[in-house]
Design a binder for this molecule. Structure first.
Ligand SMILES: Cc1ncc(C[n+]2csc(CCOP(=O)(O)OP(=O)(O)O)c2C)c(N)n1
Ligand code: SF4
Length: 307
């Protein structure tokens, strides 16, 4: 810490929703390390608030965090949260290990679109396939934020990034379709511009027994917004565009660029191009959970009859 002393008071704030963490306390600061206008502050707040509102025991919900800008959530998510930061893309593998070592725990995975669908794509597929009891929140800001704004598997068609200065010409990965195909049992998508829906889905995911995947669309104004116009994907229709270089402009764009699932079913592929369809896509309580089946296999191996 610099000899200027702490910029903010270090005592625990009275209000339970105020973000405060052991890491934040260590640095003598409650301010987040994110760019002003980044959506990750909203997510950290929602996490803290859901745990306060639901009076959940943090010891039962270890937070397993991948690598990206969002990893800095360790400095502001609830001070009691048990946090483990992992290697890039490996959070699902660590969460599987935690669950198998102590099945009463329910890991919560924080992962980015680059972390989960790029380097960690393989781990993501297999945790969904196994239906390991955990909640995975994928933060999709359409870019690799932490490393300087390279295009990610999720970057929208036509978007500019530091590695695609002209435009992205690849098809993007769809986290929801991938989770559904891989076998996750609760799958939803929402955005930080819909915080109440995000809280609702998060609470439902925490109650669900099996792999829950919630994709959360969130703004990176520094690398995605400032390089792109809000008519992204519709330039050819002569719709004028504005640069999305503030959090407010990006939140507006996210709201306009999302379509509810019920509306989407009346729209064709062209109308849905480059848009985010939001809603719940699967809620299946019938599929057996991995650690429960495994404990039965263990009993069989020990010669016990569990049927
Ligand atoms: C094995 C390994 N490869 C590459 C990196 C560099 N790296 C760190 S974060 C990151 C991308 C993160 O993108 P995303 O998950 O979308 O999170 P964001 O920064 O956008 O929040 C990369 C490539 C790394 N840390 N480890
Ligand atoms: S670079 Fe983007 S994702 Fe990272 S903190 Fe800044 S706005 Fe957020």
């Amino acid at each position: 810490m610099s000899d200027l002393g702490p910029r903010y008071p270090t005592e625990k704030p009275d209000h339970p929703y105020v973000q405060y963490s052991f890491g934040g306390n260590l640095y003598g600061s409650y301010n987040s390390l994110f760019c002003a206008g980044c959506g990750y502050g909203i997510i950290g707040h929602i996490f803290t608030r859901v745990f306060e509102d639901e009076k959940l025991d943090h010891k039962l919900y270890p937070l397993i965090i991948g690598i990206g800008c969002y990893t800095q959530i360790v400095t502001l998510a609830h001070h009691k949260a048990q946090k483990i930061t992992t290697l890039h893309g490996r959070a699902p593998a660590v969460a599987t290990g935690v669950k198998m070592a102590n099945p009463i725990l329910k890991p919560i995975v924080f992962t980015g679109d680059g972390d989960c669908l790029g380097i960690g794509g393989n781990h993501f597929i297999h945790i969904c396939r196994r239906n390991v009891d955990c909640t995975i929140l994928i933060f999709n800001n359409s870019i690799y934020g932490m490393t300087g704004g390279q295009s990610a598997p999720t970057t929208l068609y036509g978007a500019k990034s530091t590695t695609t200065p002209y435009k992205v010409f690849e098809e993007r990965s769809d986290a929801v379709k991938l989770a559904l195909a891989a076998g996750a049992t609760y799958v939803a998508r929402t955005t930080v511009a819909h915080p109440r829906t995000l809280m609702k889905y998060f609470k439902k995911a925490l109650r669900h027994k099996g792999t829950s995947v919630i994709e959360v669309i969130t703004p990176c104004l520094t690398y995605f917004g400032s390089k792109n116009l809000d008519n992204l994907g519709a330039e050819d229709l002569d719709i004028p565009g504005n640069k999305m270089d503030t959090g407010g402009k990006m939140i507006d764009w996210i709201k306009r660029n999302t379509i509810r699932k019920n509306q989407a079913k009346f729209m064709d592929e062209d109308e849905l191009f480059n848009r985010y369809v939001i809603g719940e896509f699967r809620y299946d309580t019938s599929k057996p959970e991995y650690s429960e089946v495994y404990s039965k296999i263990q009993k069989t191996a020990m010669g016990e009859d569990w049927k």
